[in-house]
Design a protein around this ligand. Structure first.
Ligand code: F6R
Ligand code: MG
Ligand code: MG
Length: 374
């Protein structure tokens, strides 16, 4: 059976502030999607959240970028926005950048990761959802680990099904172009780009053996779309596991090291990406630290069997502890880089507006220092 798995997300109102999600939004979005399931538009769905982001996970038979599926997601976000407005939740409707839906959520605020595949005899998939960070930042390094690093993924070395390698599709989000790296041969070239994750984001990974899609991420950059600071992209990613792909445990292992990502408070700081269980998907300290949840499903004839809360496990306690230690350490830098993002990235925050105010105060180095107050 051919199935499309679409994960479409948006922040349509936070509770409290930007920290978490009110249950009423999940309930409202669930009503909208249940109605669509009843009339056969989607096979199945789940509505989850990470922090203040509402996550619609849908299976259907209509392929990626389908106007009806995107329209359904938009409708669910609009309905949830109405609820958010009614409760005066924070930033109600924040990520819906336009009033007029035009057939596809891409470029309109929500983030989107979709993949279509012929269901295997058994189809384990993992949906990763992050808050207070961006796609390249959250997923480039772990995707490299999963699909290219034998120190992470034993199967690359010892399983025939994996050792033909993987193709990485990398997007240049500033120039709107892409490049494919064929690994392991082109590992160094791949790393030369994806090591700069704010510009170069891994969009998808494919098995070289079968050509099958292995992973897809959302690479929408809210600030580039809106032309101003709106909040972080808070990306999602779908990864298929087992057989010709890394095992579930190899996929998850890539997050056992809480690497530094951009985002956190005011989208302006580096901090560790902390893998958490569903019950801890709530951004508190300094609006973070950036968080990641992993929902595991078996896809069965288009139905979603799950989710299993894959990071809700003591095996990730050490990663969380390290994340908290790193958070403590880096927080002591206050407004200094490298905790705060470099100047070029601050362009996409609220800082430039403030700097405008001081524009006329600059003097040539040679000028005498003015006396008195300002
Ligand atoms: C980061 C984020 C929050 C807000 C912060 C200020 O992605 O959403 O850290 O930037 O809480 O929010 P405002 O400006 O809405 O008061
Ligand atoms: Mg928010
Ligand atoms: Mg968010």
């Amino acid at each position: 059976m051919r199935v499309t798995l679409s994960v479409i997300k948006a922040d349509v109102g936070g509770y409290v502030g930007h920290s978490s999600m009110h249950e009423a939004l999940i309930e409202r979005a669930t009503e909208v999607l249940a109605e669509a399931r009843d009339r056969g538009l989607v096979y199945d769905f789940r509505v989850l959240n990470v922090g203040d982001d509402l996550e619609l996970i849908m299976t259907h038979g209509r392929g990626a970028d389908n106007p009806e599926i995107h329209g359904l997601a938009w409708k669910a976000f609009e309905a949830a926005t109405e609820v958010a407005k009614g409760l005066k939740l924070y930033g109600a409707g924040q990520d819906l950048l336009s009033d007029a839906f035009s057939g596809n959520v891409r470029g309109m605020g929500p983030g989107c990761a979709e993949m279509t595949f012929e269901e295997r005899r058994s189809e384990p998939v993992i949906v990763f959802m992050a808050d207070k960070t961006s796609a390249g930042s959250a997923f480039n390094l772990p995707l490299y680990r999963m699909f290219a690093d034998p120190f992470n993924t034993a199967g690359l070395v010892i399983s025939e099904a994996l050792n033909s390698g993987f193709n990485f599709e990398v997007h240049d989000v500033l120039e709107h172009r892409k490049i494919i790296f064929s690994c392991p041969e082109e590992l160094y070239g791949l790393l030369a780009f994806i090591g700069s994750p704010l510009r170069y984001a891994v969009k998808a990974v494919y098995s070289r053996g079968t050509g099958e899609v292995a992973a897809v991420t959302s690479t929408e950059r809210l600030s580039l779309i809106a032309g101003r600071y709106v909040g972080k992209d808070d990306p999602v990613m779908i990864v298929r596991a087992q057989g010709e792909f890394p095992a579930v445990g190899e996929v998850l292992e890539a997050f056992s090291h809480p690497h530094l990502v951009e985002g956190w408070m005011r989208g302006s700081h580096h901090g560790p990406l902390m893998p958490v269980g569903f019950k801890d998907a709530r951004c508190t300290r300094f609006d973070g630290p950036p968080r990641l949840v992993a929902a595991g499903f078996q896809v069965s004839e288009g139905r979603l069997i799950g989710p299993v809360d894959l990071f809700g496990d003591p095996a990730f306690d050490k990663a969380r502890e390290l994340a908290l230690t790193v958070a403590d350490y880096i927080r002591r830098h206050g407004p200094f880089e490298p905790h705060r993002l470099p100047m070029e990235e601050m362009e996409y925050t609220t800082l430039p507006k403030l700097m405008q105010k001081l524009r006329d105060r600059w003097l040539p180095i040679e000028a005498p220092v003015p006396t008195g107050g300002f």
